[in-house]
Design a protein around this ligand. Structure first.
Ligand code: FMN
Length: 337
């Protein structure tokens, strides 16, 4: 079995990279919940080149013991810098790294301005040089590329781009079915994902609009991809991996989390994030709590309260109080039946 086939055999539903969201503690949780593979947030090769030990890069490259071996994603536009930093990363992370992924899909203006991220879809020759240089530098570690449908609706080039990346040495390809112009809006085009799958011989991972276990199975069935990635669908919902695994393996759905499980997970996540990033990480936890409680009674009020908590102790007290409120709410509802 090839290295990439071996990696993908651990599960067909993967946690997508999300800058500012998928920090190590959350990735560990998703892996324990059944994600086949987790990806770090994107890390700048240029940043690593100039300040290899900066607190930002160090935090981005810390892996949770539960997730290893994990996929590490880098971005940049200079083939030499990318190759050099990729080799260093492999040395630094050793057996903890499953594959090195190159970001060619980021739509953010600051990144595009440096010809990085999805801007590389407009310079496929440079993109191919990067893949070839990085693949040589880290061989035999698999190098993969994550890109989009194209730059805009007038320049959809995912299929041609995929073929070029494969020829340049990519071991697998992840394609997000939106153009750069769409950012994260509109719906993802799964047909283009299917076209990429048909056009190349290496494994293809589909990304875009997998918000439930059913979506994961539907994308696999409709596009024929080897694996799918979950991005926004995993926010506040790491159970999606367990649910998708069950649906794929047995064809039968399993129950989603209870309100208590959601609050317990928010607490576990918060505790792990503070252990990882210090007390200030509570601020970054606020959005996660909002996602965990979304749809529960009183969620809006909870979000307002969470936005005022500055320490983990405050956050914990607030969530425990909310759990009690939910418990009494549930018994009131039962009494009223
Ligand atoms: C907040 C956020 C941050 C993201 N950061 C990254 C990133 O660092 N690297 C990357 O390749 N894609 C990134 N993405 C794109 C996702 O990995 C994924 O391809 C995209 O969100 C489509 O999937 P979805 O419809 O399931 O959300 C990000 C998406 C979001 C919403």
């Amino acid at each position: 079995m090839s290295a990439i086939a071996d990696i993908l055999s651990r599960g067909r539903v993967l946690l997508a990279p999300m800058a500012g969201v998928t920090e190590a503690p959350f990735r560990g949780i998703c892996k324990r919940m059944g994600a086949g593979l987790t990806y770090t947030e994107m890390v700048s090769a240029t940043g690593l080149h100039y300040t290899p030990d900066s607190p930002t890069s160090t935090a981005l490259l810390r892996l949770d013991p539960a997730e290893t071996p994990a996929a590490v994603q880098i971005f940049g536009a200079n083939p030499d810098v990318m190759a050099e930093q990729a080799a260093r990363l492999v040395e630094r992370l050793g057996d903890s790294i499953a594959l090195l992924d190159i970001n060619m899909g980021c739509p953010v203006t600051k990144v595009i301005a440096k010809a990085e991220g999805s801007a590389l879809m407009r310079t496929p020759e440079l993109a191919a040089q990067i893949v070839s240089a990085v693949a040589q530098a880290v061989s035999p570690l698999p190098v993969t590329v994550k890109f989009r449908k194209g730059w805009d609706s007038a320049s959809v080039n995912a299929v041609d781009f995929a073929k070029r990346m494969e020829a340049a040495g990519a071991a697998a390809l992840a394609v997000h079915g939106r153009t750069r112009d769409q950012f994260y809006k509109g719906s993802a085009d799964w047909r283009v994902i299917a076209q990429v799958k048909d056009a190349v011989g290496v494994p293809v991972i589909g990304s875009g609009d997998v918000f439930s276990a059913y979506d994961a199975v539907a994308m696999i069935v409709q596009t024929g991809v080897d694996a799918v990635m979950v991005a926004r669908g995993a926010q506040g919902n790491p159970w999606i991996f367990r649910e998708a695994r069950a649906l794929l393996e047995s064809g039968a759905p399993i129950a989603g989390p209870t309100a208590t499980e959601r609050i317990d997970m928010a607490l576990e996540h918060g505790r792990a994030l503070v252990d990882f990033g210090g007390e200030r990480a509570v601020i970054r936890m606020r959005k996660h709590v909002g996602w965990y409680v979304a749809g529960l009674p009183g969620a809006t009020y909870v979000r307002t309260k969470v936005d005022q908590s500055a320490t983990f102790a405050e956050l914990e007290a607030m969530l425990l109080e909310y759990a009690e409120f939910l418990a009494s709410h549930t018994s009131l509802m039962k009494e009223g039946q």
